[in-house]
Design a binder for this molecule. Sequence first.
Ligand SMILES: [Zn+2]
Length: 138
Amino acid sequence: MIDHSHYHCPKCSRSLTKDKKVVLNFKRNEADEWNEIFLNPEPGNYDFYTVPTTFFEKGEHVKFCCPKCNADLTSKKDPKFVELKMKVNDFIYFEALFSSVYGDKRTYVITQDDIDVYGDASYEDIPFPDLSIGEVPY
Ligand SMILES: [Zn+2]
């Protein structure tokens, strides 16, 4: 069984885990400032809280960046997804992608030879081209 709890920034590789949560910075479209969001590390679990509390609107696209290096975490595979590195062990990282549209509860974990789906995601409707599999990660 894979330990799903360790996430790292695809850019700076630093850990994004704090107090058993995944901590990212987020920004709403019309906002000027970035705030902290704490996500559940379990794929497909969209429980979260923000500081200060934010009430997102359904269908709202939220931007995310790395709290350590400020890298934009928008996936190159699909701009409506955020991409993180999921640490399996010191040598293996998977790509974890979750929807950055509020209310869209789709999470994909791209492993070495497969894509795992979580939440409302389904195998019939994978938004990334098959080409992405087998690509060398960052
Ligand atoms: Zn970073």
